[in-house]
Design a protein around this ligand. Structure first.
Ligand SMILES: CSC[C@H]1O[C@H](OP(=O)(O)O)[C@H](O)[C@@H]1O
Length: 370
């Protein structure tokens, strides 16, 4: 999307034709830094250390990581090594494995001398497919926003709450949860976004607020615990969040705290939507709460905070007593019963197995391939 009028994507193949550019999201909102990935290991570190993050972007980065790996060693052993090191970079977003499976399917059958070129071509396709899918999510989600806007008095605003960052920074472009928001904004609908700061890494405060602000979308950053109060007082018309993995039964895995937002929405009759591209559906998982692996990250993400001092320096401070144990679960799973609908590129679906399978039969069939 736009950063002060200039169009950006979150990741791209550089003009040299082989290295990969990516916005270093660890530096936002304070500094806009572009990283250059030149090896498969760079891609592994970028995913693991969250230089790039967000399920679809993790997949895109892994796809280019595989292409970088094929430049290094296109043998069968090199292909296996690249797959095995990339696939464990982070455990929860299924898009990582989806993208690597797509790359392996394209590369394994062909002559190693052809693999590097074929890998970049397939990675480019995955990147462009993400953008097209998100445009589809935008159009399908827009209808929900338009329906709410039509019931408003002239000049009234549609208030959307979102959690974490499922914006263009979490994908290649447009985002998932934010895609309908950007499209509504561009169509002239008065829209405002309540942005959960999203402790402990503050993807909402640091990333969602940054991208909405630079695209000109009205928004307000709120502490994570505020959403329920706003819903009780009629200040939220709908919630739209992203997801890292949707189980076949419609359970939704997303950033920690999403489940609590869904409970508050259910209690207050606020529609709770989840936006996702079809690669985020994992038909191999029948029960999300039981089966989706929840990443636990370093406790320093909880004990420490980084910010800009009054004189412009970036500093990290500790906010938890030395010696206090810390738990840092990065995701939780919202049961399908709390989800109003799944906004996909093929429409807004009920969060259940039959609806997912009917909309994406090719992905159910893929599950049966070992
Ligand atoms: C469109 S996927 C966005 C999804 O990914 C985020 O997790 P992380 O920042 O740890 O990669 C969060 O769960 C977002 O909803």
């Amino acid at each position: 999307m736009k950063v002060d009028g200039k169009h950006f994507r979150s990741i791209w193949r550089e003009r040299d034709g082989w290295s990969v550019g990516a916005i270093d999201q660890r530096q936002l909102p304070h500094e806009f830094v572009v990283a250059r990935l030149v090896s498969c290991e760079d891609a592994v570190v970028a995913i693991r250390d969250m230089l790039v993050r967000g399920a679809p972007l993790i997949g895109a980065t892994a796809a280019y990581g595989m292409a970088l790996a094929m430049r290094e060693d296109a043998s069968d052993a090199g292909l296996k090594r690249a797959y095995d090191t990339l696939v464990v970079a982070r455990p929860t977003a299924i898009n990582l494995k989806w993208a690597l499976d797509e790359m392996r399917a394209a590369l394994a059958p062909i002559d190693p001398v052809e693999r590097a070129e074929a890998a970049y071509a397939r990675a480019d396709e995955i990147v462009e497919q993400d953008v097209e899918i998100n445009r589809g999510i935008a159009g399908n989600g827009l209808k929900l926003i338009e329906t709410i806007a039509a019931k408003k008095k002239p000049g009234e605003t549609v208030n959307v709450l979102t959690h974490c960052n499922a914006g263009w920074l979490a994908t290649v472009d447009w985002g998932t949860a934010t895609a309908p928001i950007y499209l509504a904004h561009e169509r002239g609908i008065k829209i405002h976004v309540w942005v959960d700061e999203t402790r402990p890494r503050n993807q909402g405060a640091s990333l969602t607020a940054w991208e909405l602000g630079h695209h000109g979308v009205p928004h307000t950053v709120i502490p994570d615990n505020t959403g329920g109060h706003l819903m009780q007082h009629g200040m939220v018309d709908l919630a739209i969040v992203g997801t890292d993995r949707v189980a076949a039964n419609g359970d939704v895995c997303n950033k920690i705290g999403t489940y609590l937002k869904a409970l508050a929405a259910h209690d207050n009759g606020v529609p709770f939507y989840v936006a996702l591209p079809s690669p985020t559906i994992d038909f191999a998982v029948d029960d999300g709460i039981r089966d989706i692996p929840i990443e636990q990250r370093s406790g320093t993400e909880v004990t420490d905070m980084t910010g800009r001092t009054a004189d412009g320096r970036l500093e990290t401070v500790r906010i938890v007593p030395e010696g206090s144990p810390v738990a840092n679960y990065a995701f939780d799973v919202t049961p399908a019963r709390l989800v109003t609908g799944l906004i996909t590129e093929r429409g807004v679906l009920k969060p259940d197995r039959a609806s997912l399978a009917e909309a994406f039969p090719e992905r159910v069939a893929a599950r049966s391939v070992p």
